[in-house]
Write a protein that binds this ligand. Structure first.
Ligand SMILES: *Cc1c(COP(=O)(O)O)cnc(C)c1O
Length: 417
């Protein structure tokens, strides 16, 4: 067995530093092969690198629509851009409100500010960190225009409930799917609808940390042809290319995807179902190896979790204890982050100090406040419950065994010393 002492305290690490686990930040933890190399060369040799006139971007969007089951897909330059396309398509008036979750990447929220709308934070389900529909319902008012639901860490948010709620009051549901490609939203119906197709728009990311990557890039899905057109134009300066006319129909930016990105993304897309299957197998193997551990909960999985990260819920720790838990895992060779975020998104300077447009504080100042205690469930998760492990489709059986051994060792030493 491994030395009883925590590596953090000078003991022998479960996983020696010269055998790091594969991560999304290195080739060992990615799925790049000769296919991606050929794709890049194919584009370069064609002489056409722009998705406006090239063939790769249109091919990617049809392939992505087919894979997700959406009627339409539009490509863009990042996951944040994808959320921005969706928010712009919701077309809020300045000062309107959009409901967002407190635990996510800031890319779920800053597009709301970019459209001069106010992010309103709803609390989350303590088991998943996903939006709690009853908290969302309580915040809907006359100025609410949309809800952004994040499928946190790869576990689908309750989008059927949220869509019913959105339809009842006539607002848009935006699904931020950056952490949850291809996840089925109805447990027990693996062939049923996937994330990104229940809401009005689904937003996806191809950034380095995601299940598949082209460095940066984004995609949106929608069942609505008008929304698709609006979003395509928002990514292309409001230019209605399909008419052959040079016109700028509304305020819009340039969020276009290049052919190089699309060509790599197309190859990555072919590998995506396998990536998800292998991440799910590794997670099941971890659950099997760990068995029941008092005070430790692995994510609820109804066959629907696609494991962007592997979130652990730990009982019985305070703020410092949770940080020690994550530091101890990292020292054992299993990189872990306490809380996922340092603080809920509303406590970040951009929002709390309204660092937006000049010194105006617009559209936040005087309209909303983001005090501590705004979303107590989210705060507790970040402060003293949640520890996230990077997760990877290339973990071997030995890798998962080491992760399980490290978690068991750290849990025993930190939670019940
Ligand atoms: C990564 C991420 C984003 C932002 O995507 P980028 O491509 O980095 O802009 C948005 N939302 C969530 C939930 C994410 O995980």
């Amino acid at each position: 067995m491994h030395s009883a002492g925590l590596a953090l305290d000078g003991g022998t690490p479960v996983r020696p530093a010269d055998r790091p686990l594969p991560t999304v930040m290195d080739a060992a933890g990615r799925t790049f092969g000769p296919e991606e190399e050929q794709a890049v060369l194919r584009v370069l040799r064609s002489g056409m690198l722009s998705g406006v006139w090239g063939s790769e971007v249109p091919a990617l969007t049809s392939e992505f629509a087919a894979l997700t089951g959406a009627a339409h897909a539009v490509a863009c330059s990042s996951g944040t851009a994808a959320v921005h396309l969706a928010v712009a398509a919701a077309d809020p008036d300045p000062g309107d409100e959009i409901i967002v979750p407190p635990i996510s990447d800031m890319g779920s929220v800053t597009p709301v500010l970019a459209q001069n709308a106010v992010p309103v934070f709803a609390d989350v389900d303590p088991r998943t960190g996903n939006l709690d529909p009853s908290a969302v319902a309580a915040l809907i008012g006359p100025r609410t225009r949309a809800v952004v639901a994040v499928h946190l860490f790869g576990k689908p948010a309750p989008v059927d409930e949220l869509r019913a709620l959105a339809d009842r009051v006539g607002i848009m549901l935006i699904e931020d799917c950056a952490q949850a490609y291809l996840a089925p939203v109805r447990p027990g119906d693996p062939g049923g609808p996937q994330v990104g197709t229940v809401g009005h728009v689904g937003a996806f990311s191809l950034q380095q940390h995601k299940h598949i990557t082209a460095g940066d890039g984004g995609l949106v899905t929608t069942g609505d042809a008008d929304l698709a057109t609006r979003m395509r134009r928002f990514a292309d300066k409001g230019w209605p290319r399909e008419t052959g006319e040079r016109a700028y129909l509304h305020y819009a930016l340039n969020y276009r995807m290049t052919e190089l990105v699309a060509a790599v993304a197309r190859e990555q897309l072919r590998k995506l179902p396998g990536v998800i299957e292998r991440r799910r197998q590794a997670a099941a193997a971890l659950a099997g190896a760990l068995g029941r551990v008092d005070g430790l909960r692995l994510p609820a999985d109804d066959g629907d979790h696609v494991y962007w990260y592997l979130p652990l819920l730990v009982d019985g720790l305070d703020h410092a204890g949770l940080r020690r838990y994550a530091a101890a895992l990292t020292a054992e060779g299993v990189p872990a982050v306490a809380g996922y975020l340092a603080r809920p998104l509303y406590a970040e300077p951009v929002l709390r100090e309204a660092r937006t447009y000049g010194r105006s504080g617009y559209p936040l100042r005087g309209r909303t406040a983001y005090p501590d205690g705004l979303c107590p469930v989210a705060e507790e998760l970040i402060d003293r419950r949640l520890v996230v492990l990077g997760w990877n489709e290339n973990y071997s059986t030995d890798d998962v065994a080491d992760i399980a051994a490290a978690v068991a060792k750290v849990h025993a030493a930190v939670v019940r010393p």
